[in-house]
Design a protein around this ligand. Sequence first.
Ligand code: SIN
Length: 502
Amino acid sequence: MLNFARCSGSRPVGCRYFSLLRDKNFIGGEWVAASSGKTFQVTNPVNDKVIGIAQDSTPEDAEKAIKVASGSFNMWADLPAKEKGIKLKSLLKLVNSHSDDLAKLITAECGKPLAEAKAEVMYSAGYLEWYAEEAKRIYGEVLAPPNNTRELVVLKEPIGVVGFITPWNFPLAMLVRKAAAALAAGCVCVARPAEDTPFSALALAALVEKAGFPAGTFNVVTSSRSQAGPIGQALCASPQVAGISFTGSTAVGKILYQQCANTVKRLGLELGGNASYIIFPTADLSRAVQGVMGSKFRNAGQACVATNRVLVHESVFDKFSSMLATAVKTQLVSGDGFDPAVNQGPLINEQQFQKVDGIVKDAVSKGARVVSGGGIHPTLKGRFYQPTVLSNITEDMKIYNEEIFGPICPLYKFYSEDEAVTIANSTRRGLANYFYSNDYAQVWRVAKRLESGMVGVNEGLISAAEAPFGGVKESGFGREGSRHGVDDYVHTKYVCFGGLQN
Ligand code: SIN
């Protein structure tokens, strides 16, 4: 198992376990320091020990990256689709052959258990595979003209330089999901990864370099939290950036949306969710319990698609809550993600930790009943929160409306299908919803009535490279994954060929 004592201190790459650890920005195919000369420390959320240093870049660095990306655009866009696919396949091969190193890096900087980190690497590889193939299938159209003197053709053209702002909870997969689609479409990229987890993005850049992508097609600029806003603003303000793709909170998404207005940019927003998980009377309760364990406790609840509220029909409420409490008590083990027995890591940082604790305290102070857990972990030091199940939830509690982003599972009792669907839809968020039912007609009816971009029916984990990931309402717009994932990166151009008299 990894010994963090060997990695302590501020040495940037002193740790032999992390062959892909890089401490510079990747701009124009080169590893360069931030122009400010400043760096910041990246720590392991399990014990706050320093993993390494990263560049504390400013808008000046982002602008340099935009400039070199812009310079490489025509060359990349003009490369035949087959060649783009071949490059993506080389990157896929490298991600697969470095999967252990990538997974260790993810666990070290984001705290998720190693098995989950490995699953994230495989998940990322799925997007690379998909878009390596999809590059050849970005089709235009030939339309039926209104008369015989014309031919009407629709072309799909890459939009240009795209800026990515990516989150800490899936630090590799969220970047790969964007970059693979953008590169397949012929775009070039500048990424600013979250300050908590810059190394997964830099590791990807190291593999992009090894795969032989042309210089400037993929750039990474890291920064501390203090520069996150200014760099985001620089990406949004630059007329050389044609589009922004952001995964993160709804609050930040709204700011970026406004900032992109001046240059009328293409925008993809994958924002927060408030997923309901509904258990109808005909549900297979054992499967429903296992489904919610995955959907709620994956990455200790730190996922936008995580179940946020579990609605259980009154006829099965007591049975389900006792089965769930048993599963939570017996199946979940908190600790350092490098320990193979552990399946619940810490919360990423103090801000998240305080937020989750505040949500639980607010609910309990307003009458919520603690079925299991209910507070800070009693024995583990650091930001470990006990996997928690709460019941007696009411609408005035924060937990009813806010995205929890932690291992807290609130249970609500409902009495009719209409009531459950109304509760699930009574939110401004609409990323994912889940339900369990074996009533054939109900399955179709409820799937159609739920107001979200994604619905899991008798499934708690639904993300896949083959499927379009994205939300409605204030969960954002744009889709990632599947053939729809390239739409954010292409313009539709109509060409009319006239004067074609017979
Ligand atoms: C997210 O937190 O939005 C990403 C989760 C996923 O892709 O399944």
